[in-house]
Design a protein around this ligand. Sequence first.
Ligand code: SF4
Length: 432
Amino acid sequence: MNSYDSERMSDLMIAAGHESVLTPEEANVVVLNTCSIRDKADEKVFSDLGRLKMIKEKSSGDFFIVVAGCMAQLRSRDIIRRAPYADAVLGPQNIQRIAEIIDDFVKNKELDTIVSTSFDVDDKFRKLSDKFSTRGVSEFLTIQEGCDNFCTYCVVPNTRGREFSRSVADIVKEAKNLVSLGVKEITLLGQNVNSYAGENAEGEKCNLAGLLFELAGVDGLRRLRYVTSNPKDVNKSIAEAHRDINILMPFLHLPVQSGSDAILRKMNRKYTRSEYVECVCMLREYCPRIAFSSDFIVGFPGETDADFDQTLKLAGEINYAQAYSFKYSPRPGTAAARMGDQIPENVKSERLAILQDLLNDQQSQFNQKFIDRRVSVLLVKEGKHENQLGGRSEYSQAVSVCIDDGEFAVGDIVDVRITEIASHSLIGIIEK
Ligand code: SF4
């Protein structure tokens, strides 16, 4: 979602007459779009701000520093105290103000730090509409923001606010705009994407499946994905969409976080282990070639060896194509940070290593199945070597494709025979 917000801020700046440059030294405005999901990301911002301060001190012309995103929302006071040279602090629902704020600074150089951290998400999307600069072939499109779930470890409800869904018309219009710029694949974004409930043309609520069917009708759009789903909101209509929409990719990120019911309860995830498994089974029944990725948190407060064992068993049962796993990191202001029974770092590290071994094994076994198989690949970028392009399979695997000179280009969808499996990608040749 931060990638999407960064693109949209860039669109607004370009529409206001600015241009992008490659390094902070060449810039007059630097925007740090921050994340607050883990502690490390927060601290990195302060060290980046220190580097920008030095550039600002050396610069002879304008040099404005803007801190945007979730950390700006949560820690605006800290930012002003520790980095008083920052010119503006913008929460995630205030990024639409970027161009007007820079304009103010240019006209009136003595302005104090501007802090804008309201939750006017409707205003955000209204002001972002219709302004697009160039795009790649695979892009994000935010359809829903904020979250009402209050998982006990998560800062999102405090940083992005309560759930808000954009209207179907607004989303379809943005999708058409993207396609007209050459986009072939769109990934719909939402903190809780499958609780989407935007208004349709009849003024009624439309769910995610309804929206996916609408978008499947956009001419020229070749691939659709959506992220991130909360398992508690996956229903039959989503499974039917996977069965019936041929541009909807058979790959779903379905974060489970833990395989223990006791820990899921403490996390306030509102589903049980068996409900999660049922959900996966239903999707597999409707769309037998679907594969899953997931997120895991290890070392959540109170997690026992037996709880962790349940997580390993669940991962074994589902057999993921890919997964992201992290040690639990307490976030300020969340309920879990105040829970007793925090797990020591060394225990978290040991458990994470065990889980990651299992998940890496599953991923390589999943990839091995593709050897000598024909797969559909969207070419997304130039390759590392001559006569090579980089692409993505339907399952989001990186694929390096060997081509003859000028034969195919970025944006094409090609059939590729996989000849080799590298550590993080598949390698193949075009199959005509
Ligand atoms: S559903 Fe996702 S975004 Fe919402 S509180 Fe839980 S982890 Fe955070």
